[in-house]
Every structure is written in C-alpha cells, then in structure tokens.
Design a protein around this ligand. Sequence first.
Ligand SMILES: [Fe+2]
Length: 387
Amino acid sequence: MPAYHRLGQIPAKRHVQFRAPDGKLYAEEVFGTEGFSGNYSILYHLSLPAQTRRVEPLGSVAPRPWQERAHRHHHLRTRELKPAGNPVDGRVPLLFNDQVKISLATPVEPQPYFYRNGTHDELLFIHEGEGVLATQFGELPFRAGDYLYIPRGTIQLLRLDGDRGRLLVVEADGQIDTPARYRNEHGQLLEHAPYWERDFRKPERLEAHDEHGAGRFEIRLKILDEVYAYHVDHHPFDVIGWDGYLYPYAFSIHDFEPRAGRLHVPPPTHQTFEGPGFVVCSFVPRKLDWDPDAIPVPYFHSNLDSDEVLYYVDGDYTARKVEVGSITLHPRGWAHGPSAGAVEASLGRERETNELAVMVDTFRPLRLTEAAREIDDPGYLRSWDVA
Ligand SMILES: [Fe+2]
C-alpha cells in the first residue's frame, strides 16, 4: 500500500542538520527495505537509535512441529486454547512453512516490553478486542475486524483495552502488500479494487517521549526464531517527525467491498493482501449466486499447488461443520468442498451469506505444530460421510 505519509516535524530537505530548540541535533534514521531500493521512511529521533546498554539472548521461539504421519484435512478448535500471556508471548504458532507462520493469540496480560520483529512483516487480524498499536511512527487505534499491517523492524507496543483480545497473526518472510493487480503503475489503488486509499488508516498522534534511564527500556528483538532483549537508555518512541512510504496501517475487514456473481465467484475475487508465497482473502457478508440454477456454496476443488487455511470469524457457514474461532486446513493433494448434504441444503435458502472469514493460502506446504495437535478435531474427516 505504498502511499506517502508524514507526521510531526521534519526538515525541508533530507540529510541536513535538523536541530531541537536547544540546538541539539536530532538523529536521522532511514528505515527501509531491499537495501536502499525498496520502500522506506525517514525518522528523526531525540536519541541515537543504535544506542544499546546491553543485549541478552532469550532463546528460540521456533514452532515445535507435530510429527504427524497422516496427510489429511484438519479442523482446529482454537476456542480450546487457554487464554494466556501478552500480545507477544501469548502467540501460539499453529501452522508454518519457511515463508509464513500463522499463530493465534488470546492475551490476558499487558505487553511489558517493546517488541520488534527484525525479519518478518506481520499482519494481525483483530478478531476480538480493541486498543491502540503504539509504534515509533505514532499511535494507531484499532478495533475488532481490523487487519493491522506492521512492517518488519517496527517497534511495537500493542495496548488492548482490558488487556484481552483474540488475534490471528501472520508472519511473512518479506513484504506484505495489497495485490499488485489492484494498483496502477504509480501505486494508486484502481477503481476496480475492493477498497480505496481512504479505507487504510495511518498512524496518528505522534508524541516524542523524552524519557531516559540507564538500560531502562527493553525491546525484545526477534531475528528468525531467536529472541534477544535489547536494553536501551531512552524511550524507543522518541521520534519528533517522520515521512515516507513504510509504516504500519490498519484496514477493517468491514471496509472490504464484496464481489458477487450470477454464478459462484472464486476466492481470488476476495483477495485482500499478498506476501511471499501466500495470499490473504476476506470473505464478508454478501449476495450470492442469483441465477435460479446456481449452487450457492463452493464446488469441490483440488488446489494442486496451495494449502488453504480458513479462520472463521463470524456468521453461519452453510458449507462446513465448523464454529466461530475454528481454523480449517485443506492441504494440497486431496479435494475438499461442502460437507455432505450442504449443497442440497443451500438450494432453497436466501441467496446471501453473513459469513465472515479470513483465508490464508500458501504456495508451499504447511506443517502443523504440537499446539495444533492439541486442538485438532479428528472427527472433521467424517463431515464428508454420506449418512
Ligand atoms: Fe477451498
């Protein structure tokens, strides 16, 4: 979603002396991707962003793979996960490959340290809860139904009202963005895109925290699966101003404009984001398949080169025996589609759906984790049995 944004005070030119009223120089930081060739922003700090009192290795958070021998469809009942932890350490990895990791978090505690994912872009889907995502770019209020895009390297403090929430977390080994086919050559969203620039909320309320103390502030930095505690002497949100194209933003799934057709339209119509080796689609309430002979639930399909993950957010799912908070994994290599009897049951219904769901399709096979094994519903395979 490359679009220029600026907040706070910045000098008229880049790379020039920029001073506080007392004459002290602000520290300029270029925050960018792909060397110096990708999207970037320029931030002006009160203190030196490289300052470090000490670094403490905290170990690995690598997902523990489920050594499953069976290849099959899965239904994960995430409602069985016990709410625990904070918005960072409460993340429970469920599915992963070498490009993407999908976790679920149901935090019950405030985040006691700052967090920086040093290698992966993050996309958070806020299923339940509201609050403020505070970063060095300013504050971004969010509520249920929001996707929060957080570029790698962003220092984040997720403040949930009441410290509770339910978050689906997608970590990507590279840039998460809106699909290129929705944008013109200059980056602007096209008229046929299912959303517009004004739907994307940007950081606001930038406040430079002038707070200091030897090693007083802890930033947990994750590099791949290793976590390090950086202890620094200044508040990391000490930015007086910034501008550029790289920053966190919010987009509500309720602002996704659905597409429908006389006959069933396929999932790429609902695509919302893309990243290296995966796409994210939003299934939102909409009219359905109004031809009198149409079948208003999906046809059986074999995704020959993708694994399909669906997270069920709200509404009724006429095609499947799942519940709100369920995740289904339909891996490549075997067909999937409506539960037994679902096609027949759909024919006499209103041609509209109130379903709300987030889909993540990965192009490389996914593995499940030990945590996924604990909430796996082995009876899911029976949902295609004809009684
Ligand atoms: Fe599917």
